[in-house]
Design a protein around this ligand. Sequence first.
Ligand code: FAD
Ligand code: DHB
Length: 397
Amino acid sequence: MAKLRTQVGIIGAGPAGLTLAHLLHLQGIESIVLERHSREYVETRVRAGVLEQGTVDILCNSGVGERLKREGLQHQGVELRFDGKGHRIDFQELVGKSITVYAQQEVVKDLIAARVGYNAPIYFEAEALRVDDYDAEPKIHYQHNGEAHEIHCDFIAGCDGFHGICRLAIPAGQIQFHERHYPFAWLGILAHVPPASHELIYNYHERGFALLSMRSPEISRLYLQCASDENIENWSDDRIWAELGTRMATREGFALKDGPIFQKGITPMRSFVAEPMQFGKLFLLGDAAHIVPPTGAKGLNLAVADVRVLTRGLVEFYQRADRAALQRYTERCLRRVWKCQRFSWWMTSMLHRFPDEDSFSHQLHLAELDYVTSSRAASATLAENYVGLPFDTPGLF
Ligand code: FAD
Ligand code: DHB
């Protein structure tokens, strides 16, 4: 059995774990990253696509944004489509910011390449089995190549996603969960077809929500609201395109071109917050601590926001022996988390059809969308949240 020693033991090589490891490295703080899947698996896992400007700035200012700057698609607005009409929300004009469409797995690839490039430890197919003694002398027990190993560290960063072990290690009386489930899911596809619009379209329709997004000028990413217990086997490519067409091609002159679908999957929708996010020397970050429904495109961005807060706390601890910022970790993260929960819940409620909705609730959806797209104040509120609220505290990058 190998016994390793590091300053910060990081569990999970998703956006949270990899960004944290990278920012700590730049500050001269050592870490070891453990990831239970293979490198290829995490580099090809299809998930998010929308980066807030603050996320882009952190990646670019920390030296991993070269490809993102070259290949990312910068968008100055989005369209909200309902009742046969499209309405553009112009981020640039309303709040002077933009978003960037760049796939999560590309961010992951860039961060792994950087870490491998400067030879810092990252172990794939290394599964953390247990965390111990996180109040005093934290240890991570993990398995790699069929053997048991241990990491002794000053701090543990639980970046192991919603199904990870870190949150589960906390005794029931010390952690509280705030949760909401939605009675629907998203069916998402990637297709080899040029996007039918150069900006995202969020589409409300009586048959349910639909979203047009993209990954490149040749690849479209599209989502459809479906039942939460939907079986993907029931959705042939023809049925997916027909349903997308019915929901989206409501605006005159808009045609949705179909093409070969090369990836499809179903994503459940939930809102979830764990409180607190710190237990002695164990910190939860990203999806390990909170989940938002995808409609506001906030999950990855919130993970990076947590990383920013923890990095600052760890730098103050190691450089000035000051624990104050670490002790405020939960409070600082949750302030942003709850505002993003509110925004994601609001976008989800406005744009989806709930079971048993009647003509009254349909008219309320339409009235809300009409208000949001015709009032400058309401459009600016949507834009301000979508591009990413400003950070409350100064960052390092
Ligand atoms: P994860 O990405 O889940 O990473 C956790 C890692 O930990 C995984 O690699 C896992 O294998 C590893 N792990 C787990 N347990 C262990 C263990 N015991 N030992 C070792 N490793 C372990 N967010 C946005 O911001 N914008 C969007 O546009 C957006 N769209 C989305 C669309 C879809 C369809 C989905 C599913 C999500 C979307 N999200 C979006 C959310 C976003 O993908 C997540 O919030 C993000 O992945 C969170 O990153 P993370 O690092 O916290 O967790
Ligand atoms: C994408 C995902 C989202 O959740 C969203 O709100 C917008 C775009 C995407 O994968 O491109």
